[in-house]
Design a protein around this ligand. Structure first.
Ligand SMILES: C[S@@+](CC[C@H](N)C(=O)[O-])C[C@H]1O[C@@H](n2cnc3c(N)ncnc32)[C@H](O)[C@@H]1O
Length: 241
């Protein structure tokens, strides 16, 4: 499905979200709080639009996705970004590789999202963070009703006019409705082993940005120090954050 939507993916996103995606993406980048010299995994990165802000800031970002169609469009647009084919439920990276991991509008599409949360924990360094942007539940009832109308009626109708595979946008609407709400997803994160889980609603809860940290334990802290090739002082800063 994502191979099919790849060529027009970003344009259709802008149309269907009425430009909101740009604001949502800014909030994700702020929540990541990463700086030059750090390594970021952008999982389910698609065409790399969610990876671009890190590359633009000189941060070492890996854009990983399992749709070769999306990756090809991404590589054509941004040859400077490292695109890697990989499955979120069986990531092709070693333990404790990334300072921060993020997934934007991707977790809902993964067949086994709980497994992906565990895999993201595995590849993130102790003390490192996870930021998830995903569609969620509007909190005010009237707003929720208006949004549901848009999702189930207007969105598929607009998609017929602008998208290359309109069925994918029927799936989009249905998958958003079936997705757990903010608190439920926060509980999944905790169950997967993530710590200090918080979230922030955007556009009244149409989107939620969850943030969490990988706990530092005596065991994983020592393993991370042993594996680390850079200055130990910098690593200490990361793991005590
Ligand atoms: C809606 S796109 C999001 C792309 C990008 N992160 C963005 O913000 O525009 C969802 C992506 O999830 C990817 N995806 C779904 N299941 C996956 C899996 N198991 N492993 C890796 N990528 C997956 C799809 O291929 C698709 O590119």
């Amino acid at each position: 499905m994502f191979d099919d939507v790849a060529p027009k993916y970003d344009v259709v996103n802008d149309v269907l979200s009425m430009g909101q995606t740009r604001r949502w993406r800014k909030v994700v980048v702020e929540a990541m709080e990463v700086s030059k010299g750090q390594r970021v995994l952008d999982l389910a990165a698609g065409t790399g639009t969610s990876s671009e802000p890190y590359a633009d800031a000189g941060i070492d970002v890996i854009a990983c996705d399992f749709s070769l169609g999306m990756l090809k469009v991404g590589k054509r647009r941004r040859p400077d970004i490292d695109f890697i084919a990989g499955d979120a439920t069986n990531l092709p990276f070693a333990d404790n590789t990334f300072d921060a991991t993020t997934i934007s509008f991707g977790l809902r599409n993964v067949n086994e999202p709980k497994k992906a949360l565990q895999e993201m924990l595995r590849v993130t360094k102790p003390g490192g963070r996870l930021v998830i942007a995903e569609f969620s539940q509007p909190v005010v009832p009237l707003w929720r009703t208006m949004y549901t109308e848009y999702l189930m009626r207007a969105l598929p109708a607009i998609a017929v006019k602008v998208a290359s595979n309109p069925d994918a946008y029927v799936y989009l609407a249905e998958s958003i409705r079936a997705w757990p709400d903010q608190d439920h997803l926060a509980a999944w994160l905790q169950d997967a082993g993530w710590d200090n889980v918080t979230y922030r609603n955007l556009t009244g809860g149409i989107v939620a940005v969850h943030r969490a940290f990988k706990p530092v334990t005596a065991e994983n802290g020592a393993a991370a120090i042993a594996a680390h090739k850079g200055p130990v002082a910098k690593l200490r800063r990361n793991i005590t954050r």
